[in-house]
Design a protein around this ligand. Sequence first.
Ligand SMILES: [Zn+2]
Length: 317
Amino acid sequence: MFIYNPEFTTLSTKQKHKQITYVCNICTKKRIILFPAGMEINVDSRGLSEFVDIHKCKDDKLTALILFVDAQYAVRSQVPISSEEATTSTPDDFASIPVPVPRKSGLTKIKIDPPENFKASVINEIVVKDRLRQLQYSLEPKKTIEDRDVRIDSQFCFVNIYANVSKKTDVAKAKRWFKEIANLLEQTVHIKDEVFTLLISYLEEKLKKDSFIREFKELEILLNGSVTVPISTKQSSKDFYGRSGCIERKLTLADCNEYHKIILACLDNKNKNLLDIFSLMDSKMKLTYFLSAMYDLFCNAFIKLEKPQFFGTSDLE
Ligand SMILES: [Zn+2]
């Protein structure tokens, strides 16, 4: 999905970022994906990694393409999908594709590993149908309670979520959360399975609370975690204690020390993604605390968050 970011374009002219360039087989438009400078593409056993590009295609119709990208940043094939059919359609030049593309019929089912000490205090059951990636993520039901169902579609209907929530949970509020999650998943170019375990753990703590404006920003950081590279500099590490007062929430000295640890973990970072940085933290640091700190540090320019961005060439003219 295209978001124009002039800063990012300036950076790219300095050749700091790797990029994928390809021509859409349907509308013949040239498309560009810019990656954070040090981000590696993690390929699977086929030597490929899947990315999703949604753009205004032929006849202005919004189309999603799954791109199969190799380790050299070349698009080896592209498969259009539509939210109505919910299945991949055969690309026009399928026969000429040099690598085998799995013909998926229906969605591949993946079980979400429940977080450690999972209590189902908020979510009893969840099924996320992600038609962009042809995957269905589900958490085994602990117990399903009558009339506690939430069903949500994302903006363009590529992602559908079914959840059964506990009696303690406000269903209207849960709907807002799941709508946000569905929309964010639809806009995310690449997802790692482990994000769903972290998501459940995040929701267990946050869904009971009233606020969500700030939390939705943290949620966005989490869901993009596997393709976001957080970067800090020596200067931001040096300035932190002197400038930490500009952070909206009141930080104790202990907080400041934790925040500073995160800055140090991201110092001149080139290829660790946000989830890698979280795994480097003390195991006592909670995910909610980490995300909240990351958001504070990002908003106050102590840390930059770089992630892949899509452009059409006409967008840059
Ligand atoms: Zn197109």
